[in-house]
Design a protein around this ligand. Sequence first.
Ligand SMILES: [Zn+2]
Ligand SMILES: [Zn+2]
Length: 120
Amino acid sequence: MLEIVWRSHGPIGAYQILAELSKEREKAAPPTVYRALEFLVGAGLVHRIDSLNAFMGCDEPGHAHVAQFLVCRACHRVAEIDDPALHRALAEKSRAMGFRIEPTSLEIKGLCGECAEVAG
Ligand SMILES: [Zn+2]
Ligand SMILES: [Zn+2]
């Protein structure tokens, strides 16, 4: 299952993962897949992209981190920025406002290089 997320070059939805899984073996039950995804997200191997309701493999698994994502609104390509300085700056500002950030990801919308070129 991790391989399916890794294989896809970009975010993949839970239903796509289910479809891929059922191609490879017996039907996988959705709750099983969701549980497995939750585990992978918790382990830092996979990130959840809330705005796309999808998952993607982490570029730098193996260390706990809060990542930032550049999400292209046209082609839904996602690039991961893993910048601790960026996160620290955000965390400091938030703390100053009495707000505690939870270890979710930050998603930034825009156009990727290719789409920006097409858009002119
Ligand atoms: Zn990551
Ligand atoms: Zn794009």
